[in-house]
Design a binder for this molecule. Structure first.
Ligand SMILES: *Cc1c(COP(=O)(O)O)cnc(C)c1O
Length: 399
């Protein structure tokens, strides 16, 4: 079945819900059983890991299972589990695979709360983390230790957009008995197929394109058959679960994700290419642009691009940068991404980087290109550049 069709059919069972097209929002903690025999049978089926066999709301109900089934199918993994946020998905996956005395290799480009969790929380429990260069590729081998259990990749990095050679990293990790955990939020289940590239556990911040409308937080972990029992057990041991209303929003968002993503992709490339022509811009970091250092890897491994990328302004006075950002009307100032609206947020990786020095001198801005007409977005950025020039001129006259 083709991908677009799967997006419509995955996880849907109208025959179980009076013919309703969508799996309803099922609310509930207690699940009743008709007899002691039925109760014992359900417990046995749950222990045997039968899909959908739940004895209590915390272990999921049909709303949870619909999303889990759909994402496992789309990402190409064995089974999935939902979490209350993307971060909770990542921290639970890591906790599942690690124990005291273990070593983790984490890409320098990782979502920074993931790094904080590893160092500040798992560090207290005797897990050691080493940061590696996202460009390492097969060279990751040199950083492997006998106790390295997890190599964590995020490709491209969601602030700095380095594309990683995931298959080469996975081959090296597997030679040393380590598992590869990937944050696949940028690629989405449509544009990067983690399990075709050697990943063992994939994380989605469903908050982004799966929910797609900036109205819910949600995370998903998808596993191979081998990693599934550990992740499932730890998820239950930690009491991780997510609310059915948010899951319903994710299921609803999922059905239109393909058309939204193709529009984000096209418009994102159009805006990024235009920014590249501007004299005020030092660099545009977008893997789908031919000049990007990760472009060849992106072309080899990805099936598309989402609407998230970054640009670096040429060095300018802070007041001029502020004038640029503040004059934008369609790009709202804020974090998160993957909704229908455009966003901008300043960031400064210079102080966080440990492997390679951040090579740019100006202010970095992350942009999310939403579903507005790209012509309007370009006009908005033009207004920004006019405000920047005006403020710079004022500064010059004052000096
Ligand atoms: C947003 C994000 C997360 C965390 O998702 P939340 O739902 O906000 O917790 C994880 N990874 C990446 C790459 C993200 O952009």
């Amino acid at each position: 079945m083709k991908e677009k069709t799967k997006l419509v059919t995955a996880g849907r069972h109208p025959e179980r819900f009076a013919g309703l097209v969508n799996t309803p929002v099922c609310r509930g903690s207690t699940i009743l059983h008709g007899s002691m025999a039925e109760w014992e049978d359900k417990k046995r089926r749950r222990a045997a890991d039968e899909a959908g066999a739940s004895t209590y709301g915390r272990f999921g109900n049909p709303t949870h299972h619909a999303l889990e089934e759909a994402i496992a199918e789309l990402e190409g993994g064995y089974r999935s589990l939902v979490y209350p946020s993307g971060l909770a998905a990542g921290t639970t996956a890591l906790t599942s695979l690690l124990a005291a005395g273990d070593h983790v290799l984490l890409t320098d480009s990782a979502y920074s709360p993931t790094r904080t969790f590893l160092t500040r929380v798992l560090g207290r429990f005797g897990v050691e983390t080493t940061i590696y260069d996202p460009a390492a590729g097969a060279g990751i081998e040199a950083s492997m230790r006998p106790n390295t259990r997890v190599v964590y990749v995020e490709s491209p990095g969601s602030e700095t957009f380095e594309v990683q050679d995931v298959p080469a990293i996975a081959a090296a990790a597997h030679r040393h008995g380590a598992k590869v955990v990937m944050d696949n939020t940028w690629g989405t289940p449509l544009f990067f197929k983690p399990f075709e590239h050697g990943v063992d556990v994939s994380i989605q911040a469903a908050t982004k394109y799966i929910v797609g409308h900036s109205d819910a937080l949600l995370g998903i972990v998808t596993c191979t058959e081998e990693t599934w029992p550990l992740v499932k057990r730890t998820t239950q041991d930690l009491g991780q679960t997510a609310g059915p209303d948010d899951i319903y929003l994710a299921l609803r968002g999922l059905r239109t994700m393909n058309v939204r993503l193709h529009q984000h992709w096209r418009a994102g490339v159009e805006v990024a290419a235009w920014l590249q022509t501007r004299p005020e811009v030092e660099a545009v970091l977008h893997p789908a642009l031919p000049g990007h250092p990760g472009h060849a890897l992106w072309k080899r491994d990805f099936r598309g691009a989402c609407g998230l990328f970054a640009m670096v302004l040429k060095p300018a006075a802070p007041a001029a940068v502020e004038a640029f950002v503040d004059s934008l009307r369609l790009f709202g100032i804020g974090v998160s991404w993957g909704g229908y609206e455009s966003l901008v947020v300043p960031f400064n990786p210079a102080g966080d980087r440990v492997t390679a020095k951040w090579p740019y001198r100006g202010q970095a801005l992350r942009l999310h290109v939403g579903l507005e007409d790209p012509a309007d977005l370009i006009a908005d950025l033009e207004r920004g550049f006019a405000a920047l020039a005006e403020r710079r001129e004022k500064g010059r006259r004052a000096a």
